[in-house]
Design a protein around this ligand. Structure first.
Ligand code: ATP
Length: 484
């Protein structure tokens, strides 16, 4: 078991104006815990952030400044989580921040340049590279991609390409079993055997997400997206299987409704988004308080789906995306505050190992068969039904490879089944009678036949015996003459 608090990282989005001096500073040396200091400009101090303080300090595991490359983000944040998932631990990486602060850029990446690839494609690439290297295990990878919009779940991997709005996609609902495990009904799981197949699924999901996006529903801003890599592994011949889920989550914009000042449909959306992020906050507050027995996971779909990631069996990482333009200072401060609370949550990740009942059944069936065979030999009770066509072919293959094997120690292993043993003897006899073998073994009789044709006579056993007796008698006579 690995006990760990949720790891928090901050990423500052590049500003349009190159020098946003005086708004923030990063101190990497302060007792070795990196600190982000946000300085509220004087003209804002009495405004949005209605507070006398001018400077706010927040601690993070690491802070990535504007120039940070996608590669560095992957190496420091996502790679360790992917490694744990490969070892059998659940993992979650979620990006949290206001609209436009770089959540999608960080999680999925930018479309313009290859180097802008985000955490999802890089993680897929890394995972498949590792799977290729490790031949000691058999791995299976499945992908699912869920979008949550206004408290409804949608399957983004619907392959029909018929969705013109989000509502056309299959609706995903939550089911809870008696052990309080969450199941997502209608969320399709797709096997990916190569990086390319997995990337195609990501592309399909992002396309469905874009198609379903209307001006009123700018999906990336107003919905939560959860891309999940389901990994399972087992050693050849073993019935123990390890499972791990790796959630890569792009949350909706975290800005507050009051400030956005929207109306109508957008207000409804903002209310929902706000509500689900509010519920996320409630869960996080409840988890960070000691002795809280009830955690309100069930209040929203997102917290239900991410239940294990928050205070459960998971290694979780949060990336606070921050836009430090003057007008975004107050939102950035609330993002950082949220992150500080998240950092208090303790998770306990366990190795998700289980015995696959199907593999156990197959192994036991084989064992039963072997025991039955042995018992039949011991008791003399033999199986009488004929061997199947497949069994006969298999036996003949075994005989051929046994005969071809140059190793004098090689054995013909057919198990303790008398039917198979008999068949082997029959087959060997047939081979012996085969022309080729007969040809070799009849050489001596052919020579004998030829000699007889030429008038040669071979002595019988009696004649040979008499001849030897004569020689013995002759030798005795010779010895007695010599001794005189
Ligand atoms: N680190 C970065 N480097 C370069 N461009 C960035 C970076 N972060 C964000 N951007 C750009 O800023 C814009 C907004 O970013 P993005 O869409 O990722 O924000 P978001 O937080 O996901 O917003 P939303 O809540 O609307 O989904 C995009 O054009 C993106 O390419």
């Amino acid at each position: 078991m690995v006990k760990q608090t949720i790891q928090i990282f901050a990423r500052v989005k590049p500003t349009v104006r190159k020098h946003q001096q005086g708004i923030y500073s990063i101190d990497e040396d302060e007792k070795l815990i990196p600190t982000l200091e946000i300085i509220v400009p004087r003209d804002l101090a009495d405004g949005f952030v209605n507070n006398k303080r001018e400077s706010y300090k927040f601690k993070f595991q690491r802070i990535f400044d504007q120039a940070a490359k996608q590669e560095a983000i992957f190496e420091s944040i996502a790679k360790p989580v992917a490694e744990s998932a490969l070892a059998g631990y659940n993992g979650t990486i979620f990006a949290y921040g206001q609209t436009g602060s770089g959540k999608t850029f960080t999680i999925t990446g930018g479309a313009e340049r290859y180097t802008d690839r985000g955490i999802i494609p890089r993680t897929l690439s890394y995972i498949f590279e590792q799977l290729q290297k490790d031949s000691s295990k058999i791995y299976t990878t499945h992908i699912s991609y869920l979008e949550i919009y206004n408290e409804c779940g949608y399957d983004l991997l619907d392959p029909r390409h018929e969705a013109s709005s989000l509502e056309d996609l299959p609706k995903v609902t939550i089911l809870e079993d008696t052990d309080q495990n969450i199941h997502l009904k209608n969320l399709s799981l797709h096997q990916a055997t190569t990086e390319e197949e997995a990337l195609n699924l990501l592309f399909l999901g992002d396309t469905n997400r874009m198609i379903a996006e209307t001006p009123m529903n700018q999906a990336s801003t107003r919905s939560h997206c959860i891309f999940t890599i389901h990994l399972s592994s087992k050693e050849p011949g073993s019935a123990t299987v390890r499972h791990a889920k790796l959630h890569l989550v792009d949350l909706a914009g975290s800005e507050r409704v009051a400030k956005t000042g929207v109306g109508g449909q957008l207000l409804t959306e903002a209310k929902y988004i706000n509500l689900s992020l509010h519920y996320l906050e409630q869960v996080i507050v409840a988890l960070s308080e000691k002795h809280r027995s009830h955690i309100p996971y069930r209040n929203s779909m997102m917290t239900s789906v991410l239940r294990d990631s928050l205070g459960g069996n998971c290694m979780t990482t949060m990336i606070a995306t921050i836009s430090l333009e003057k007008r975004n200072v107050d939102e950035s401060i609330s993002t950082c505050r949220f992150a500080q609370r998240v950092a208090l949550i303790k998770n306990e990740a366990v190795l998700n190992e289980e015995i696959d009942p199907r593999l156990v059944i197959t192994r036991l069936q084989k064992e039963i068969q072997e025991l039955k065979d042995e018992l039949a030999i011991v008791t003399g009770e033999q199986r009488t039904e004929g061997l199947t066509e497949a069994e006969l072919i298999q036996l003949e293959k075994l005989i051929t490879s046994f005969l071809e094997d140059q190793d004098p120690e090689s054995r013909l292993e057919v198990g303790a089944d008398m039917r198979k043993i008999h068949h082997c003897f029959h087959h060997l006899k047939k081979l012996l009678n085969d022309k080729k073998i007969l040809g070799k073994s009849s050489v001596s009789s052919e020579i004998k036949d030829q000699d007889q044709d030429q008038g040669c006579q071979y002595p019988s056993k009696e004649e040979e015996y008499k001849k030897l007796q004569d020689i013995l008698k002759q030798r005795d006579n010779e010895i007695s003459i010599l001794s005189k």
